[in-house]
Design a protein around this ligand. Sequence first.
Ligand code: ADP
Length: 190
Amino acid sequence: MKYFILFGPPGAGKGTQASSMAAEYNLCHLSTGELLRKEIAAGSELGLKAKSLIDAGALVPDEIVEGMIESAFRTTTGVSGFLLDGFPRTTAQAAALDSMLAKSGEEVTAVVSIMIPDSMIKERIRHRAAIEGRADDASDETIDNRIRTYHDKTEPLVGYYREKGKYHEIDGTGTIEEVRAKIFSLMGKL
Ligand code: ADP
């Protein structure tokens, strides 16, 4: 099995690119953000716990997302691999992922990082807010907190995966088609 991590700041276009990547390479797209939003919509206990944190632009506890990922790994069949979107988001989650995979003698295949400057993050999220209506896209304060959380907790993963020789970065500032072409050209070599 291949395990790709789609990495990048909020609004970089991970969700947008993930569906064509999953289709092209027969991968199961696992977005922890999407899974959490489904739990919230269903009114589950987990969703209730996550909602206030997500609305504040904070991260939900590691154990929650790790449990969701592990159960998806266990129950998904018929794919060549997984495309992780929004996970791991902390070095603790990255270590948990490594040990989850090590149990079956597997490892992360590669990290595909879509990079955009901070100045573009807000513009992209505002545009998305008008289309998708996500609660955590609606307030400037929440967006600022997500950007801060990204730099504090998630960006250290760049070094984590770079040291392992698994980190590949592409420029996410172009059009959807331009970014997709760059991703496919990279994935073809991995
Ligand atoms: P974006 O791509 O805009 O960052 P996501 O849909 O990936 O949005 O995530 C939305 C929110 O869900 C995050 O701000 C965070 O609160 C929560 N979340 C998603 N994935 C994780 C994770 N791996 N660990 C902790 N919280 C997460």
